[in-house]
Design a binder for this molecule. Structure first.
Ligand SMILES: NC(=O)C1=CN([C@@H]2O[C@H](COP(=O)(O)OP(=O)(O)OC[C@H]3O[C@@H](n4cnc5c(N)ncnc54)[C@H](OP(=O)(O)O)[C@@H]3O)[C@@H](O)[C@H]2O)C=CC1
Ligand SMILES: O=C1CO[C@H](CO)[C@@H](O)[C@@H]1O
Length: 322
């Protein structure tokens, strides 16, 4: 089995550098996929209230623990606070509900999913009218400040419901703002990150403050048409890019492995998702070879500020990094 190294977080906890992302993992297959991923060697699982599959994630984990494949303390289970639960008095109840869904009593890491507060509806309903595909044009934002949400997140760490706490989709400006009020600094920052969207200054800022960065969407857009990106007609996807393909050939790896290695070699953790058992195994095996410093720089030079995984591309009318 592949030996996945850990990163030490700023609170002393250790996090594997490769995990399995749980977005778009279907409810029908999720328990089986999580169970199989544990058997393959995955220990980090990146879930979220918004992915709607936390019960099934927990079922996969429970089966692996029951069969003695893994112990709870060997897993690193991550979840996220959804936008409509930002009110300080909603944070602990929804975390407890999510923990109950997973069937566990603590998260290893719990993140603020987006720096956006939406109107609270109910514990079962994540989306107020106007969010996601319902045809209304106005999103109902909440009135909670990020500061009060973070104070409640600090409460989760203090009470042990989350061993580590962090943020996702925060800009550098929002991190700097946070440092003025945070008693506990975020342990991690989860962001879109791939060679077409590198964000070197944000990563430098996180490093300066010992905040570990996790990359999501590491392969970039798999199709520019699907995510409605306006790019030059001859722009290849990253998996088809000559520079990536050449490095893959040289190291006897796949382009996907090169992209994941590029990120991990630069100190980031990665959380790819795959429905295919072959690609699942491939994605875990990304620390057993090293790219040369020239290859790393050539790949980093592909940066073109191309952020694609934004909620607006999924039918959400208004999106503000407040
Ligand atoms: N905090 C946030 O706001 C966000 C967090 N995330 C997290 O990050 C995770 C990953 O993000 P996501 O955007 O889904 O991107 P991924 O990096 O997981 O890419 C997903 C796509 O790549 C394909 N793929 C996976 N492995 C390979 C491979 N080895 N070779 C070729 N194709 C491959 C998958 O297809 P197939 O399944 O067929 O293999 C899938 O279509 C999510 O599951 C979620 O946990 C994601 C977006 C936003
Ligand atoms: O994490 C997630 C994956 O990306 C989507 C689009 O930005 C989000 O809406 C979702 O919550």
């Amino acid at each position: 089995m592949v030996n996945v190294p850990n990163i030490e977080l700023n609170d002393g906890n250790k996090m594997p550098v490769v995990g399995f992302g749980l977005w778009k993992v279907s409810n029908d297959t999720c328990a089986e996929q999580v169970y199989n991923a544990i058997k393959t060697g995955y220990r980090l699982f990146d879930g979220a209230c918004d992915y709607g599959n936390e019960v099934e994630c927990g079922q996969g984990v429970a089966r692996a623990i029951k069969e003695g494949i893994v112990k709870r303390e060997e897993l690193f289970l991550v979840s996220k606070l959804w936008n409509s639960f930002h009110d300080a008095d909603q944070v602990e109840p929804i975390t407890k509900k999510q923990l109950a869904d997973w069937g566990i009593d603590y998260f290893d890491l719990y993140l603020i999913h987006f720096p956006i507060s939406l109107e609270y509806v109910s514990p079962e309903t994540r989306y107020p009218p106007g969010w996601y595909y319902d045809g209304e044009s106005e999103v109902r934002h909440g009135k909670t400040s990020l500061e009060s949400t973070w104070k409640a997140m600090e409460g989760l760490k203090k009470s042990g419901l989350a061993k580590s706490i962090g943020v996702s989709n925060y800009s550098g400006a929002l991190l700097l703002d946070m440092f003025t009020y945070a008693e506990i600094k975020p342990a991690t920052l989860q962001i879109e990150h791939h060679p077409y969207f590198v964000q070197p200054n944000l990563i430098k800022l996180a490093e300066q403050h010992k905040i570990a960065v996790t990359a999501y969407s590491s392969f970039g857009p798999l199709s520019f048409i699907e995510c409605d990106m306006k790019v030059a007609e001859d722009t290849p996807t990253l998996l088809e890019h000559d520079i990536i393909k050449k490095a893959a050939e040289k190291h006897g790896k796949t382009p996907a492995q090169v992209l994941l290695r590029w990120a991990t070699q630069r100190g980031l953790s990665v959380i790819p998702k795959s429905n295919s058992p072959k690609r699942l195994a491939e994605n875990l095996d990304v620390t057993s070879f090293d790219l040369t410093s020239d290859e790393i720089s050539q790949i980093s030079d592909l940066d073109r500020g191309l952020k694609f995984n934004v909620p607006t591309n999924y039918g959400i009318p208004i999106y503000v990094f407040a």
